[in-house]
Design a protein around this ligand. Structure first.
Ligand SMILES: Cc1ncc(C[n+]2csc(CCO)c2C)c(N)n1
Length: 202
């Protein structure tokens, strides 16, 4: 078996998709991808997902903005993402590591009000006490949004922007805590008919 070695580079990335439950899905997906300022990341869209790579701050900033732009269509939008840091498979995005830490979209999207339901799972690979890391980061998440137990994941209910900011903080804390390869999966749902009656945006 060939063992791939992970580089020392701190390049982060996300592979994500948006699925708007609407006949206008093409406009919603493409519109959201275009509306976000992606100049500090390497971004590539195909028929399955979009991949963004660069500094972790910008990967979260761009995915948060794209989701917020899609969700503000008012249509039921599902979002799936896998975030990863610590084991890059290619190097095209590495040029973007020279960027500064100033997010380009945060100011623009921070006023978007969008209640969402989400689930996330954190995988601190390459560290010892991985369950301790997971439990302490679930605890940390309670500062930002409503947190509840789910099988294979932790449920989050709240404003989309607060949830993305919480996810970014938890991811960073896991990396800074010594996880040499960190993966996080996120599922999010906006404007679901299942939320009717509980959604402040109605
Ligand atoms: C973020 C994101 N990136 C790519 C796709 C895949 N995709 C499905 S339909 C469509 C528009 C027509 O080309 C695209 C790009 C997605 N769903 N969400």
């Amino acid at each position: 078996m060939v063992h791939q070695t992970c580089t020392e580079s701190d390049i982060a990335g996300a592979s994500f998709s948006i699925h708007p439950m609407s006949d206008q899905f093409i406009e919603i997906i493409k519109g959201a991808l275009e509306e976000a300022d992606t100049s500090k990341v390497h971004m590539d869209t195909d028929d399955v997902t979009t991949t963004v790579r660069g500094k972790l701050t910008h990967v979260f900033d761009v995915t948060k903005a794209i989701f917020a732009h899609a969700a503000k269509s008012g249509k039921h939008v599902a979002f799936e993402a896998t975030y990863s840091l610590g084991c890059p498979g290619d190097s095209k995005g590495e040029a973007y590591l020279a960027e500064d830490e100033i997010p380009l979209n945060a100011e623009h999207v921070k006023h978007i009000k969008q209640r969402v339901a989400a689930k996330f799972s954190l995988y601190p690979l390459g560290g010892g006490n991985y369950m301790d890391v997971i439990y302490s980061q679930i605890e940390a998440m309670k500062q930002y949004v409503d947190v509840s137990h789910a099988h294979y994941a932790t449920r989050l209910d709240g404003e989309a922007i607060a949830i993305f900011d919480g996810l970014e903080k938890v991811f960073k804390a896991t990396v800074e805590g010594g996880s040499s390869h960190t993966v996080m999966t996120v599922s999010m749902s906006a404007n679901s008919p299942s939320h009717r009656g509980t959604n402040q945006n109605e």
